[in-house]
Structure formats: C-alpha cells, structure tokens
Design a protein. Sequence first.
Length: 135
Amino acid sequence: MEQRDEDPMSTVPDFTDAERGVIASALAERYGEPMPLELADAEVRLDPAAPVITTCPTVYWHARGAHFVIVKTAAGRYRCQFFYSTYQQYGTGRPEYDDLADCVLSILRAQADHEKEARGVHSGMVREELGDEEQ
C-alpha cells in the first residue's frame, strides 16, 4: 500500500505569478495567442524507489489535440509531459528540470516533433518529399 506524504516540511510551493508568466509567455509565442492555463494538483512519487506519494502543484493546458502538464516537484524543480490518452503519454526524455523556461520549451518541442512524425515528416526531408507545397 502506498503511503501519502503528510509531512508539512515536504510541501511543494505553489507556482508563483512569475512562473505562471514564464509558461504563459512561452505558450503565447508558440501558439500566437494567449492560452488558458489551469492550476491543479497531481499526486507524484518524487522518489521512484520510495512508496511515498506527494501532492504537487501542476499547470495544465490543452492545445492541438494534446494535453500538457508541468508539475512543480520542489522550489525551482519541474517535470513535464504531454498526452493524448491514458495510453499515449510522452515526455522529453529528461526526468526533471531546474529551469522552467527550458522545461516548457522542451515539452513544446517534443510535442511538435511527435506531431510531425505522426504525419510522416522526418528531419532532413525536403519539400518534394513532404508532398505539400505549403511546407
């Protein structure tokens, strides 16, 4: 049975206005318009070897058919992933970030790369190979 982390000393601080601003700015630049952000909590196992679950502040948004989350695991520490369904969950290959801007940009790039690959576009392809004159 998993233990819940009830220790008040291990409480993860909420996202600050400045942190939410970093995320909002990156998303507005990526999508060309402001994106609504939702604040939530996620239950996370901070140490994969320990059965303790910690409630962590989370920022969520939905864009281009994908759902995104950035989880704050400690002051100045972040995890991220995007998903389409319970069975289609993706990350960046990096377990945690200490720079929020890098975290946001990395998950946006990972999703954009996934989207291109799903359409059959691979790095190094030229316009003629894409079969789309507007590319």
